[in-house]
Ligand binder design. Structure first.
Ligand SMILES: [Mg+2]
Length: 241
């Protein structure tokens, strides 16, 4: 086995971290962030994207809150209200994800946010690196959000142990083709990659693509339905010293 591919939520990181820490932080800071960085090219790109998403929501009779462009203040207000509306619906649109990533970046850099990983994760990353394994991440959160989470942890910057980051731009986590693309990008035969996740449907897809697979069941998480995958409760069980 040359490579290890890790899911984040429910595998390296408590599922709650995203819903109880990251999402509320983005929601609280969207208005302040957009006002402060309104003049930057990057934020203008996100506003345009959100404006387009808003228009297509209207076309599809989704009744998003009204959007006004008559002044900077009303545009900032429109972005804020629309972002809250999207978050209430747990939507994963490109503009929303991009803006959230930038808000989190400010939070991490200022020390207001800290990435959470389970206790056994940092020592496992060190151990696997010493064993010359390549370690990569595959998560539905954006690549920027993934990097930030591992860069700013209580255990320090863990990104030095990570060789690759994959998000849904590679494809959905429940489709075998996505894992084929990852294997190509890692320049490894699929059988040389071990994928670890808490979701059976993801393991099924990876398994169909020829990867090795292990189910991670963290404490407090429901025991999944019938399956035939090896199960771990902690990364201590994977390639122990
Ligand atoms: Mg997961």
């Amino acid at each position: 086995m040359q490579s290890i591919l890790l899911d984040i939520e429910g595998t390296t990181t408590p599922v709650d971290f995203v819903y109880r820490v990251l999402f509320p932080y983005a929601r609280r800071h969207v208005k302040e962030f957009v006002s402060r960085f309104y003049g930057t090219e990057e934020v203008q790109v996100d506003i345009k994207q959100l404006r387009n998403d808003h228009a297509s929501d209207q076309q599809q009779q989704q009744t998003p809150p009204a959007w006004r462009d008559d002044s900077i203040d009303s545009q900032v207000e429109s972005v804020t209200i629309y972002v809250h509306w999207l978050m209430d619906r747990d939507r994963k649109s490109t503009g929303l994800k991009s803006l959230q990533g930038k808000i989190w970046e400010v939070g991490y850099r200022s020390g207001q946010l800290q990435g959470q990983v389970y206790e056994d994760v940092p020592p496992a990353l060190v151990r696997w690196s010493e064993q010359k394994k390549d370690i990569s991440i595959y998560s539905s959160g954006s690549v920027l959000a993934q990097r930030l989470l591992f860069q700013y942890t209580k255990a320090g910057d863990l990104t030095r142990f990570l060789q690759g980051y994959f998000d849904t731009t590679t494809g959905p986590k429940t489709e075998p083709e996505s894992y084929g693309r990852i294997a190509k990008a890692l320049k490894q035969p699929p059988s040389e990659i071990l994928f670890i996740s808490d979701v059976i449907a993801e393991l099924d897809a990876a398994n169909s693509a020829g990867l090795q697979t292990t189910l991670c069941v963290r404490s407090g998480r429901p025991w999944p339905q019938a399956h035939s995958y090896p199960v771990i409760r902690s990364f201590d069980e994977i390639f122990p010293a």
